[in-house]
Structure formats: C-alpha cells, structure tokens
Design a protein around this ligand. Sequence first.
Ligand code: ATP
Ligand code: MG
Length: 420
Amino acid sequence: MITKPKGTMDVYGEDAKKREYVNEILRNVCSKYNYNYIETPIFEATELFHRGVGEATDIVNKETYTFKDRSDRSLTLRPEGTASVVRWFIENKLYGNITDPVKVFYNGKMYRYERPQAGRYREFTQFGVEFIGSNDILADIDVISLAYNTYNLLGLKDVTIVLNTIGDKESRANYRESLIKYFTPLISNLCEDCQKRLKTNPLRILDCKIDNETDILKNAPKTIDYLNKESKDRYNTIKEYLDLMDINYLEDYSLVRGLDYYDHTVFEIIADVPGLGNIALGGGGRYNDLIEKLGGPSIPAVGFAMGYDRTILAMDNSNVNLNLKEDIDIYVMYVSKTEKETASYLVQDLRLNGFITETDYFNKGLKGEFKAIDRLNPKYIIILNDQDLKTNKVTLKDNLTKEEQKIEINNLVDYLDTNL
Ligand code: ATP
Ligand code: MG
C-alpha cells in the first residue's frame, strides 16, 4: 500500500468543510482591511530563501526541501511566504512610485523538514498578510489588529498577542554586543546550534527550542535596555495605539522571532491549547531591510503569518462551534428509463439555478431512494413518474410538512425560489 509522506495530511469530510469556513472568514477580513489575494509559486530559486529568510536560520539550515530540476537549477519548496511576496514586488517593479501601500494576503502550503508532531507538519498551510511601503506605526497597528481580529472572528477569544521590539539597526547592534559579552563565557553550557549562533546571529540564541528554559537564557540581557530613544519612542507609541484600540497584549522583552529580517516591532499570537500547552498560532513583525536585501530599493514593510493548521487545532480543542452543516435543498427520485432521462437534465437545471440537488446514482429504486432521503434530509423531494411527465408535471413534496403537490416543471424554479 502506498501511504502519504510523513508529516503530510489528507483533508476531507468535516475537516474540509471547516477549512472552507475558515478560508471564507480570512477572505472576508482581508477584504475589509483592503488586502488583495496573491498566489506565488510553491517552489522558488533556492537563493531567494537563503537571502530572504537568512543563512543562519533553522528554516534554511535544517528544514528546506531543496532539489535540482532536470536543468540543474537549485529550487526550494517555499518554507514561508514573505520572501516570495517580496520577490514578486521587486520583479514587477511595484516600488516605482509608491503613493499607496501594497497590501496583499496569501493562503497556501509551506514546506519544512521538521519532526512531525501535533501542530507541526512537513507540509502545512500558512495564511499571511504583507503591508509594503509605509513605515508609519499605523501600518504596524493595521497588521496586528488584522491578526487579532481574525483569531477572534474564528472564535478563538483567548489568544494573547505577545509584543516586543528589537529596535532599529543601532539598537540591535548594541543589543547584539551585549549578548555576545553575556553569552561568551557561558556558551559551552548551551547546545551546539547556539554555539554556532553566537558567531552568526546571537539574537537567535534567544529563540532556541532546546535551551529556552535554562537560566542562562532567562537571565540574558533584554532588548528594552538597549533601545535608542527613537526606537523606544516608536515602541511606546505602538502600545498607546493598541490601548486606544482595545487590543490586549503582553510584553516579552526576550521575544526576537526566528527569521533574520525583522526590525522594530515583533509579535506572536499565543494560545493555551488543551493538550498542546502554550503554542504560537502565528507571528509577524516589521522588516524594513528585506526588500533592499533581495535587490530592491529600501522600502519598509510589515507582515504577519498565521499557522493555519495549528489555528484549526486550537479551534477544535477550544470547542469552537461552527455551523458547518449545509443541508441539501432537493432530492430527485426516479425509477423508469424516461424518468431517469428527465432527472438528468432536471438536476442540472436546479443546480444551475442555485439549489443544492442530489439524486440516485445507483438505480436503487424507490426503497433505496427513500433511505437516502432519510440520511440526506433534503428540504424538498421531487418525485418523477411517467404519468405526470406526459403533462410536464412532477410531484413536489415538502419533506418537513410531508405535503405533496403536482407542479409544472416550468414553474418549479419560481416556486422553489419563493419557498426555499
Ligand atoms: P515554531 O517556533 O513553532 O517552529 P516558527 O517560528 O518556525 O514556529 P514562523 O516561521 O513564525 O514559525 O511561522 C508562523 C507560524 O506558522 C507559526 O507560529 C506556526 O503557527 C506555524 N508553523 C510553523 N512551522 C510549522 C509547521 N512545521 N507545521 C505547522 N505549522 C507551523
Ligand atoms: Mg520553526
């Protein structure tokens, strides 16, 4: 038997319906905030992620699916969405004359070679938004508010926004220096990866999944103490605006995020999910240097990515009530050959007129059809019989009141339109 690859999933039945419901909410929120849908390729030039996510990140070092195509090009399945959106932005020269921000959202599969477990897969989905072109704090607020309200609209009322800033270049350089000073004498106590990180990107030590519970990490210098005035002012203003908007957040001065390209605002959305503990349902931040790093001009941007599958898990575990049941409108019954011929075009007509319509695909006969009707519970039943069809009529039965009436086929749609 051929089975699905490790860390992947098939989505069907109730789960598929749940995803349609979630997609609808995501699309709706984005339309209100005026973000446009974008699709980018699932694979990109490997170099895009090396430069765009960062050589020193776990994502690039350990988690990419990279392969050569038949012309020996190195391609990588995308591990995240931001690098591709920025590549699109630069490739199409959208920076030409930015008077309005470019606001896009994506919702698609991502690939990371990780150890599969609940909420962690090798093929997973991320929904995300990118707000390109403005360095104003209102852009940061827009993205945080969109994230916050999205989780709320999905029925997750207990999410927490964890907020921090890693400041501008100068602040980050100061902070980096203090981390090197602090970690150098202690580094032999940390994991092998952290020892490398000390040289490549000491900030990333704070994001280590192995050492994060140690006192060494807990006592490490905090971002807030190394911010210059400008960065601190910016951070305080953001908090004031969040307060004005009644958006709750928790500050965490050791939140730095795993990717290479952030500056100033960083945030994560955390939820306490029964069975999984406190897990990150998404994260985001400002990335003012990324566009330049990928070959474009210096243009500021801010974004957010939601772990879609984890969000669904959180909804399941928090018993969020979804009204997913979409009842069948009409079931068309037939027995004879001519009845069946009529059924074939009648169901098509009804569907094209907007009614959810089912019929018998097994030539079950009346008994079998009535059993199917019990399972599907349609609002109306159309009973075809040769006698009625001679005068272009059918029997229409209201499945709730059980009342039956004869009705002309030509009047069916009008009648159902007014009564359904
Ligand atoms: P984590 O610390 O859990 O590994 P991350 O920092 O690698 O997360 P991001 O790159 O910030 O994650 O991606 C944003 C969100 O995507 C995460 O908050 C998480 O909800 C989700 N996510 C990340 N990796 C996976 C995965 N392998 N499977 C399912 N969801 C994931
Ligand atoms: Mg990760």
